[in-house]
Design a protein around this ligand. Structure first.
Ligand code: ZN
Length: 114
């Protein structure tokens, strides 16, 4: 089994064609980003934001069943894993205490008091 399949928690063995097959990640079925048909503007926006987060984010809206969540989950599955502070709602980086949110600041204050 390859290291990437261990990270994903997939119960199916990796095969050559697995990139276009839905798989399970964190108990949820993740549809491959490259297999989403249509929604070109949505896919391009998500990719551009992943390449350069300075774009400021993407606001997605649309009718139910138009692959909004599917596209976001599929993109998230493509991105590398990052280290974040456990429980932080903003995914603060643990190695940058000077850039933390109020939650992380108060948590570290509590830890320093112990
Ligand atoms: Zn934080």
């Amino acid at each position: 089994m390859s290291p990437s399949s261990e990270k994903t928690g997939s119960h199916q063995p990796e095969t050559m064609g697995s990139a276009s097959q839905p798989r399970i990640h964190a108990g949820r079925i993740v549809f491959p980003f490259c297999a989403i048909v249509g929604q070109e503007q949505l896919k391009e926006s998500l990719l551009l934001n992943a390449i350069n987060p300075a774009t400021g984010g993407v606001l997605i809206r649309g009718e139910k069943g138009t692959a909004k969540s599917t596209a976001v989950r599929a993109l998230a599955d493509l991105l590398p894993e990052i280290e974040v502070v456990l429980g932080c709602p903003f995914s603060c980086k643990p190695d940058r205490p000077e850039e933390t949110c109020d939650f992380c600041s108060s948590s570290s204050r509590q830890l320093n008091m112990m």
